[in-house]
Design a protein around this ligand. Structure first.
Ligand SMILES: *Cc1c(COP(=O)(O)O)cnc(C)c1O
Length: 457
């Protein structure tokens, strides 16, 4: 007999994951290697170690080791805010009148407000281990910068954040959270780097972009002795660290004999979704179980649903390695969407390859329908979701409503990646009926695709 499922399924400390799951090790056809941006040859560990900490360079390349032990100091930090609750959304189910059983894994229970801390603490730990002085990074909407600031302060490392100028000005509270944790925050483009100065000369008054901030952060890390660069998504190492999300979720569900039929997550660079699906996809790749996996992206930035599977640059400044991925082109500038964390032109190579193999579905959803779902969710489940997370809520509700029509009692699991307290301007626009749903035309997309590097392999 199935045990009665509580509203929240917590795990004991002893049940927390002791190793991360490296999904690539389970794939027969592996994601393509990263390429050096000047030679177009596969990046070696030594190449990567010039940008990232040694241990992270190693993790980035490793597509063979299935489980990588989590160092004890990271386990201890995780204990401060993990396990993240797995919630049975009884109230949402009731409000929808659906026979579906809905679960969500909530990653917003820490001050940074999102799952990004799971990788930030790992990246800071390895920098500390290597005896570095600090790390540099970029932040767009601010979630990643906040997470890395918290992680660096815990290990006594310096943290230099290049924050896209428009966010720096529009989200002063995010900036102050970072400074509270001791980070220095520079609006990007800035005059502190040569790439920043060049962009300011060419486009005076520009409000900046994520691609530009990445280039500045990489340059700063190169120039400063004892610094490396840290990135909050897209990379293999980040997906690896985020596997704690899926490992905890699976352990909790297994405890109650529950198996999800559908697993849903929002996808920006792909790290939370990659982490959530990791243990489930690993089972499927071994032929043990079958699940339906759905990536949800904004219709304004539709890399998985309308992009091309090709090698592309990870940043606008073209200083980072190239990745084979579903991409809209590194020159693609999405229209202003309020889900800042989902405005990336590409998608991590692991998810891209799984999509190419037909193992991952993708859906694009429009902004106003996302906020409608966010509000519906907030009113019954209490949590005020981040706009990014609400993309997953949208599709979870859509799937649950399909079940209502067919009478199927599917079990749905989705990732609730964070809270939206710093996104109230976006909520305000939605409430005032001033939010738009811009969807790029084929012409818009063709421009970005035309800018893809021409590489013969
Ligand atoms: C950054 C962010 C995302 C998207 O990033 P992924 O790497 O795709 O997971 C989603 N939700 C929140 C709350 C974020 O901060």
């Amino acid at each position: 007999m199935q045990k009665e499922i509580p509203y929240k399924i917590y795990l004991e400390e002893s049940e927390l994951p002791k190793a991360w799951l490296n999904l690539r090790a389970f794939m027969v056809r592996k994601p393509a290697p990263l390429l050096n941006p000047t030679t177009f040859q596969p990046m070696t560990q030594a190449d990567l170690a010039k940008i990232f900490c040694d241990e992270l360079a190693k993790q980035e390349i490793d597509d063979q080791t299935p489980y990588i032990p989590i160092p004890q100091e990271i386990v201890d930090f995780y204990k401060m805010y993990r396990p993240a609750p797995l919630v049975r959304a009884y109230c949402l189910e009731k409000a929808l009148g659906t026979p579906a059983k809905i679960y969500y894994k909530f990653e917003g229970n820490n001050t940074s407000g999102s799952h990004k801390l799971n990788s930030a603490i790992a990246q800071a730990y390895y920098a500390k281990e290597q005896g570095l002085k600090g790390v540099t990074t970029e932040t767009g909407a601010g979630q990643w910068g906040t997470a890395l600031s918290m992680a660096c302060s815990y290990f006594g490392l310096d943290c230099k954040v290049f924050m896209v100028k428009v966010s720096y000005e529009q989200k002063p509270f995010r900036r102050e959270v970072m400074r509270t944790y001791g980070a220095s925050v520079t609006p990007s483009p800035s005059t502190t780097t040569s790439v920043g100065r060049k962009i300011l000369e060419e486009f005076p008054g520009t409000s900046g972009s994520l691609g530009c901030a990445i280039s500045e952060a990489v340059e700063a890390a190169n120039r400063l002795d004892g610094y490396r660069y840290a990135l909050g998504s897209v990379l293999n190492q980040v997906l690896l660290h985020q596997s704690v999300i899926g490992l905890e979720a699976k352990t909790a569900m297994d405890k109650y004999g529950v198996k999800p039929d559908v697993i849903i997550g929002c996808a920006g660079g792909g790290s939370n979704l990659g982490g959530l699906i990791a243990p489930f996809m690993a089972e499927q790749l071994q032929g043990k179980e079958h699940y339906q996996f759905i990536a949800v992206e904004p219709a304004s930035c539709p890399s998985l649903t309308r992009g091309k599977y090709a090698y592309d640059y990870c940043d606008t400044g073209r200083v980072c390695p190239l990745q084979k991925m579903y991409t809209l082109g590194s020159g693609f500038i999405p229209s202003s969407s309020h889900a800042g964390g989902l405005r990336y032109h590409g998608m991590t190579s692991t998810l891209s390859e799984l999509r190419e193999q037909g193992l991952l579905e993708a859906r694009a959803v429009e902004q106003t329908s996302v906020f409608a779902a966010a509000e519906q969710f907030a009113r019954v489940e209490g949590i005020l979701p981040a706009p990014e997370s609400a993309h997953a809520i949208r599709v979870a509700i859509d799937e649950a409503m399909k079940c209502k029509q067919t009478g199927e009692e599917k079990t749905i699991l989705f990732g609730l990646t964070g809270t939206g307290y710093f996104d109230m301007y976006a909520y305000e626009k939605f409430h005032d009926g001033k939010m738009s749903d811009y969807i790029p035309t084929e012409e818009d997309l063709a421009k970005g695709i035309a800018g893809l590097p021409k590489i013969d392999l």
